[in-house]
Each structure stands twice: as structure tokens, then as C-alpha cells.
Design a binder for this molecule. Sequence first.
Ligand SMILES: CC(C)(COP(=O)(O)OP(=O)(O)OC[C@H]1O[C@@H](n2cnc3c(N)ncnc32)[C@H](O)[C@@H]1OP(=O)(O)O)[C@@H](O)C(=O)NCCC(=O)NCCS
Length: 232
Amino acid sequence: MKARRSVRMGGKPRLLGGKLAAVRLPIRTRRLILRAPVTSDVESVYRALRDETMGRFVSGRPRPYTRVHATDFVSGARRKMRRGEMLNLIGVDARTGELSVAVGLYNLNWKDRHGEIGYWVPRRLWGQGLATEAVIAVCAEVFRHTNVHRIEATVEVDNEASARVLTKAGFVKEGTRRHAHLHGTSWTDADLYALLNEGSLAPSGTVLGNRSGRNRVLKVKKVVAGVRTSPP
Ligand SMILES: CC(C)(COP(=O)(O)OP(=O)(O)OC[C@H]1O[C@@H](n2cnc3c(N)ncnc32)[C@H](O)[C@@H]1OP(=O)(O)O)[C@@H](O)C(=O)NCCC(=O)NCCS
């Protein structure tokens, strides 16, 4: 009964269930509309992720990447979002509708109130600030509408573009996870980054954050100011 309520409201199927249901979709930024993937995205997802250069850093991506994998990505994303297990958004160009970025929030832990973010941009669109714009907007919306307090990202040490995205979005590097990923027979280290929602309430009702925390929140808000999110 409870699960049914999280999926349907007024007879209309909901895209997001569980504790993610409060996040309003689509999320709009200056250049992007971030929304749930639909069947017509399959071909664009396939074309982006079959690129081996770009796919190397996408965790869990099957090799070789086929249209069946892209179809599973879209249907799996919708199913998991309805269950409130993860957020898996496609960002399309607000003017042309072209697939421009994908952003996911997964490994959600509602007890300790954290999740992990991942993202990719089709290779021909790299270097235009699209990943940063999408990451900032998604983190802002998740912090605004859920009680998630910490968003983490794990970045292979040679993925400098991704590390730069996180730094621009206000994430702080916390350390290095040695041998975090196995590629064939070789291990790679990965850096752990995190963004905290310093202004959120602890379960006890205590306001978290200290002086340096407030400064960081201000810094993030300044960046977020350039991002227009969807109205309530
Ligand atoms: C990482 C990725 C999402 C970045 O997307 P993007 O839209 O190009 O990112 P942005 O334009 O917002 O920012 C990229 C930044 O990295 C910088 N950069 C790009 N390549 C770099 C490199 N080899 N070394 C150092 N910096 C680099 C860019 O100059 C830019 O920084 P700047 O704005 O200060 O100039 C994209 O490269 C991608 O899809 N990679 C494959 C998947 C992936 O790695 N996902 C993340 C897994 S953790």
C-alpha cells in the first residue's frame, strides 16, 4: 500500500519514489533540462557510451557497449527511480533537445544520509562546462528537497577533468582509496571527494556546521546562483 502510494498520485505514475519523491523534475539550468530517461534516449545513450575513451571512466559500463545495454540503462533507471533507489537523470540541451549529460545519485544510505554522484558527457561536448552545471544543479536540488547531508564522488587519479568538475562544484578531496578499481589485471587508485550540506538539520534537530562550513556553503551558493532550478 505504502509503495503504491509512492508510485502513484492522482492516478498519474510518479517518476520518483521513496525519499527521492520530493525532488522536482525536471531540473532546469541555464542550458540544460535534467529529466528521467525515456525510450527515445536509447540511441543517444548508446552512441555516447560505446565510445571507449569516454567509457573507460564510467563505472560498471559493460564492454563492448551495445544497444541492449543502453535499453537496459533507460528501463533500469526508470524502475530504480520509481522505487526511490537512485536518481538517474539525462540532461538535454534546453534549445535543441540533444542529450548533453547524464548524472546519477546512487548508493543512497538514508541512515547516514549520504549518496554517491556519477556523471558523463558525450565526448564531442566536453569542455563546455556541462558536467559542472549539471552536478551543481542536481546536488542543490537533492540538498534542498531531501535530507541527504553528504554527496560523495570517487574519481580515478588520472581523471583530471572529473576532479576539476568536482572542485568547481565545491567538493573537497578527502583522500585516496588505494587499488579502488580493477581494470583487467591492473589496479588503479581513486580519489574520494565529498560535498556537505552544512546548513541541514541533524536528526536531533541540531543545526550542523561551523564557521568554515558556513564559508563553504556560501561558496557553493555563489556557484549555484548561476543555475535556475525548476519552480515548485
Ligand atoms: C569528466 C567529464 C564528465 C567532464 O565533462 P565536461 O562537461 O567536459 O566538464 P566541464 O567542462 O564542466 O569541466 C571540465 C574541466 O576539466 C578540465 N579538463 C579537461 N580535461 C582535462 C585534463 N586532461 N587535465 C586537466 N583538466 C582537464 C577542463 O578544462 C575544465 O576545467 P575548466 O573549466 O577549469 O577549464 C567528461 O570528461 C566525461 O564524460 N568523462 C568520461 C566519464 C567520466 O569520467 N565521468 C566521471 C566519473 S568520476
